[in-house]
Design a protein around this ligand. Structure first.
Ligand code: NDP
Length: 226
C-alpha cells in the first residue's frame, strides 16, 4: 500500500516541488493551499487538494476534522513567509512581527500538535521547514533578522514539542533546511533548483523513518548547529 504525506503549503515553490517528488515516488499526497481555485499544478500531479491557512487556528481545526480517519506516514509543515527583505527591529510594525511569528513559528507547531494523532506511531515522520537562518549560532549576519528570529522561534518550539512527545513516542522529527533555493522566496540568485533540493529532502525523510528522535539537518542530511 502506498504511503501518505500531508504537504502543508503546497501551492508553489518547495511545497509544490515536494508534492510532485513524493507523488512521482508513488506516495499518496494530500496538499494544502490557501486558495483551492489555484491548484491546477497540484491536481495535475494527482494530489488531493485541501484548503488551509496555517495562521488561522479555526482553519487548522477544520482540516484536522476533514482528515479524520486518515493515517499519515509523513506530516510535512512547509508553509512559511519571509516578509520584506528589509524588515528589521528598527522598522517592523507590530503587525509585520505578528504575521511572521504566527505563520512561521506558532502556526506550524499548533498544526503539528493537532495532527500528531494522525501520524503513524513508530514509523511516522514530522518535518518542519526551518532555515539555516534560524540557527542562533550561524544565522545572525546572514540578513533578514526577523525572518531568522521567527525560524529560531520555530526551532525552539519544535524542541519543546519533541520533549512533550516523550522519548518513547517512536516518531521522528526533522527540522529541515532546504538549502538556498530558487523560489519566489529564495530569489533568482539562489544556487539550487527546486528539483535538486526536493529530491534530497524526500530522500532524507524516507531514510529517517523509524529512527526516532529529532535532528536539524539540510537537504543533504548534513547536521546543522542550533
Ligand atoms: P514560497 O514563497 O515560494 O512559497 C511559500 C509557500 O507557503 C506557498 O505555498 C504559500 O502559499 C505558503 N504559505 C504562506 N503563508 C501561508 C499561510 N498563512 N497558510 C498556508 N500556506 C501559506 O517559499 P519557498 O517555497 O521558498 O519556501 C518554503 C519553505 O521553505 C518556507 O517555510 C521557507 O521559509 C523555507 N525556506 C526556503 C528557502 C529558500 O531558499 N527558498 C531557504 C530556507 C527555508 P500561497 O501560495 O497561498 O502564498
Amino acid at each position: 500500500m502506498s504511503k501518505t504525506v500531508l504537504m502543508v503549503g503546497a501551492s508553489r515553490g518547495l511545497g509544490l516541488g515536494l508534492a510532485k517528488q513524493f507523488s512521482a515516488e508513488g506516495w499518496k499526497v494530500i496538499g494544502t493551499v490557501r486558495d483551492p481555485s489555484r491548484a491546477e499544478a497540484l491536481k495535475a500531479a494527482g494530489v488531493q487538494v485541501e484548503a488551509l491557512d496555517i495562521a488561522d487556528a479555526a482553519s487548522v481545526e477544520a482540516l484536522n476534522e476533514r482528515l479524520s480517519g486518515t493515517e499519515l506516514d509523513v506530516l510535512y509543515v512547509n508553509a512559511g513567509i519571509s516578509g520584506s527583505r528589509q524588515l528589521s527591529v528598527d522598522n517592523a510594525s507590530d503587525e509585520d512581527v505578528g504575521q511572521l511569528f504566527v505563520t512561521n513559528a506558532i502556526g506550524p507547531v499548533r498544526l503539528a500538535k493537532r495532527m500528531t494523532p494522525r501520524v503513524k506511531p513508530d514509523t511516522g515522520v514530522i518535518v518542519f521547514m526551518t532555515s539555516i537562518m534560524g540557527s542562533v549560532e550561524t544565522g545572525p549576519g546572514m540578513g533578514m533578522p526577523l525572518y531568522g528570529a521567527s525560524k529560531a522561534a520555530l526551532n525552539h518550539l519544535t524542541r519543546t514539542f519533541v520533549a512533550e512527545l516523550g522519548e518513547d513516542s517512536g516518531l521522528t522529527v526533522i527540522s529541515m533546511h532546504p538549502g538556498w533555493v530558487k523560489t519566489d522566496m529564495g530569489g533568482e540568485e539562489a544556487p539550487l533548483d527546486i528539483e535538486t533540493s526536493c529530491r534530497g529532502m524526500v530522500e532524507q525523510v524516507t531514510r529517517a523513518s523509524g529512527q526516532g528522535g529529532h535532528r536539524y539537518i539540510d537537504y543533504q542530511g548534513q547536521p546543522l548547529p542550533w
